[in-house]
Design a binder for this molecule. Structure first.
Ligand code: SAM
Length: 279
């Protein structure tokens, strides 16, 4: 029997259509959608159907299957979950500032080069937190070639990240002094990242499932709360590729509910969701 929500729905999403959508999501993003995500998928895509004045999910699927690139981009943007915050999982930033950066100051003393990748950067809070950690210990790296690469599949969040403008509520957990030091009011109820942070970061739209237009090496990779939606095989392939753009001793940070156990043996666990590349 249909539940009340389904009975009053604007469009019908059949089992076969949901499966087709799942297949397309997996093909284009690597994300594996569980049965439980059906309502979520409906609510996110129904906006696209309305915007395009389509008769139903069948019409929408036909459009996607034709490979219409603008709509494929809207489709993946609609499906991705972009939840993030400044200094999320703060122990990673403490470890970066307290352990990783001092070690890199010694290890990279000859090249005076530092490269960090925020893979799945969402609206930018993660790369800006990395940039703040770097600037706050920049005394160490004065005159060095320091770059943060920030990438995400979702073109809308990358545009937001590059603009670097946030509403006051995004800073609720950040000490006021830090916010005042690194952001300035750009217009009422909006704060924009300081040029000294922005100038460290290159923002790019990048699907982690596709070829990467760089070879690294990255001293540190943040890939947090991204693979949680990928199946184990996709995770294995991805971390194996990440190991290819890191040297032994480089660091990888993953999300609090993620693990490389039985996924990738090229990294050794050295802290809570903190890994070092070993082979
Ligand atoms: C939940 S957010 C995590 C943001 C940030 N790393 C953090 O931990 O706060 C996950 C991000 O991964 C991105 N993502 C999902 N699949 C991706 C893919 N195949 N390639 C690149 N980014 C992807 C999403 O667009 C989303 O912005």
């Amino acid at each position: 029997m249909q539940n009340r929500a389904a009975a009053t729905r604007e469009y019908h999403l059949s089992d076969a259509q949901f499966d087709d959508i799942r297949r397309l999501v997996r093909e284009h993003t690597g994300i594996s959608l569980a049965d439980s995500k059906r309502e979520l998928v409906y609510s996110r895509l129904v906006r696209r159907l309305r915007r395009l004045s389509l008769g139903g999910f069948g019409d929408y699927l036909q459009l996607l299957e034709r490979g219409e690139s603008t709509e494929l981009e809207e489709f993946t943007n609609a499906i991705t979950t972009n939840l993030t915050s400044f200094f999320r999982e703060n122990h990673h930033f403490e470890f970066l500032s307290g352990t990783v950066l001092p070690a890199l100051e010694k290890r990279n003393a000859a090249s005076r080069r530092l490269r960090i990748w925020s893979a799945g950067c969402s609206t930018g809070e993660e790369p800006y937190s990395i940039a703040i950690a770097l600037q706050e210990s920049m005394g160490r790296f004065r005159g060095w070639d320091v770059r943060i690469l920030a990438t995400d599949l979702d073109s809308q969040v990358v545009a937001h990240a590059a603009a670097g403008e946030y509403k006051p509520e995004r800073f609720e957990k950040m000490p006021a002094a830090r916010r005042e030091r690194w952001f300035r009011e750009s217009r009422p109820e909006h704060f924009v990242a300081d040029e000294s942070l922005k100038s460290l970061i290159t923002f790019r739209q990048l699907n982690l499932m596709h070829a990467w237009p760089f070879r690294g090496p990255f001293d540190v990779i943040f890939c947090r709360n991204v693979v949680i939606y990928f199946d184990k095989e996709t995770q294995r392939t991805l971390f194996d590729r990440m190991a290819e753009v890191q040297r032994d001793g480089d660091h990888l940070f993953i999300g609090h509910s993620e693990s490389l156990f039985k996924v990738c043996e090229r990294y050794q666990l050295i802290g809570k969701t903190i890994y070092r590349k070993v082979r």
